[in-house]
Write a protein that binds this ligand. Structure first.
Ligand SMILES: Cc1cc2nc3c(=O)[nH]c(=O)nc-3n(C[C@H](O)[C@H](O)[C@H](O)COP(=O)(O)OP(=O)(O)OC[C@H]3O[C@@H](n4cnc5c(N)ncnc54)[C@H](O)[C@@H]3O)c2cc1C
Length: 341
């Protein structure tokens, strides 16, 4: 077997979080490798412009101002916002029982927006483009199949037999992290017994640059505003979290009946639902690693903590981890850092 290629830091998983972490650590002067299993091409391919509901990626994130600032520091936010994105100035949240309603306005904070809705793929694409111009060694399209630590160094095995070594291995491989399992970091976890149905819709009324969320006894429904290149204000991304039985019933409906249920559930705040993309359902599970670090190893992003999407904070928490990691890993203190992990 050939000798393992060696890095200071090896980041396992190049999703929205791992690719930002690898880019920033490299900027701090570390020799960084990034392994992404799913393949670069599938991450970066996207239609040039969106004219129908089918053209948007169904997975979007409400990016907070703090996460935006991090992506600005990494030099990728301008590229993200050169593509489709929708800043929202208002957030309206209410209880379906009619007992409460609250509205937040960016103007109250003297801010231009409360956050920005971005397709996940768009963030990953911008990060990967920056990574390609960086010293990071990008190993794309090969899954990690195992890892072990010997004499203070981690070695990971990749599909196809290649191996890589590093003083610090960072697991950014998502909610079902295999690295967390292999290293033996236990989690506290439980099922919400809910599924999140996601899709894109076009409505008869403008979204008014507002993130809408209505709570019902079976779970919350969010309408998140999208903005295609044409500036058409009638597209929204839906995240409809419902108890598992109800989610299954909704997924089994045809588009006409599903659209009618959606209109009722959002109390026709945006008029009628005129078209609807393919729907996907994600089972929801809370997971929190009891420890984020072990000797020579750290967890970041969903690999460390996975939460309900109702607050739209999963990726934002991950970017918080990334900021914290940059502060803990200044280049000149590597030996000290290795003692910590
Ligand atoms: C319905 C829904 C709506 C959400 N909305 C929001 C929102 O509005 N705002 C927000 O902040 N968050 C939101 N989130 C949460 C957000 O999507 C996640 O927190 C975020 O995607 C986590 O990113 P990550 O990079 O940690 O993990 P992932 O996106 O899961 O990335 C992990 C990466 O690791 C790779 N990988 C896995 N295993 C291996 C392996 N063995 N070898 C190599 N590579 C591997 C995968 O291919 C993947 O690219 C939402 C989540 C859901 C389910």
């Amino acid at each position: 077997m050939s000798e393992a290629q060696t890095f200071d830091i090896l980041v396992a998983g190049g999703g929205m979080i791992g690719s930002a972490l690898a880019l920033g650590l490299s900027r701090q002067g570390w020799h960084v490798g990034l392994v992404e299993g799913s393949g670069h091409e599938s991450l970066v391919e996207a239609p040039d412009s969106a004219t129908t509901v089918a053209d948007f990626e169904p997975r979007v994130s409400a990016i907070s101002v703090a996460s935006q600032q991090l992506l600005e520091q990494l030099g990728v936010w301008s590229e993200v916002t050169a593509g489709r994105h929708c800043p929202y100035q208002t957030m309206t949240v209410w209880d379906g029982d009619g007992t409460g309603r609250i509205q937040f306005e960016a103007a109250e904070l003297q801010a231009r927006a409360l956050g920005t809705i971005v397709e996940n793929r768009s963030i990953v694409r911008s990060l990967f483009r920056a990574l390609e111009q960086s010293p990071v060694e990008l190993i794309d399209g090969a899954r990690i199949t195992g890892c072990k630590r010997l004499s203070g160094t981690y070695t990971v095995e990749l599909e196809g037999g290649r191996s890589l070594s590093a003083g610090l291995l960072v697991g950014c491989d998502g909610a079902n992290s295999r690295l967390r399992h292999w290293v033996g970091l236990p989690t506290r976890e439980w099922d919400y017994d809910q599924q999140a149905i996601v899709c894109t819709v076009k409505t008869s009324q403008s979204h008014r640059f507002t993130a809408w969320q209505r709570f019902s006894t079976t779970g919350p429904l969010a309408f998140l505003p999208l903005l295609p290149e044409s500036g058409d204000e009638h597209f929204c991304s839906i995240v409809w979290s419902q108890d598992t039985g109800e989610a299954r019933r909704l997924m089994a409906l045809d588009d006409t009946d599903f659209a009618a249920e959606l209109e009722r559930a959002i109390e026709r705040e945006l008029g009628s639902v005129e078209s609807i993309s393919g729907r996907f359902a994600f089972p929801l599970r809370q997971r929190h690693a009891k420890d984020y670090i072990a000797p020579g190893f750290a967890l970041v992003g969903d690999a460390a903590h996975t939460i309900h999407p109702l607050a739209g904070q999963g990726a934002n928490l991950g970017y918080g981890d990334v900021s914290g990691t940059f502060k803990r890993l200044p280049r000149h203190e590597f030996d000290e850092v290795c003692k910590i992990f």
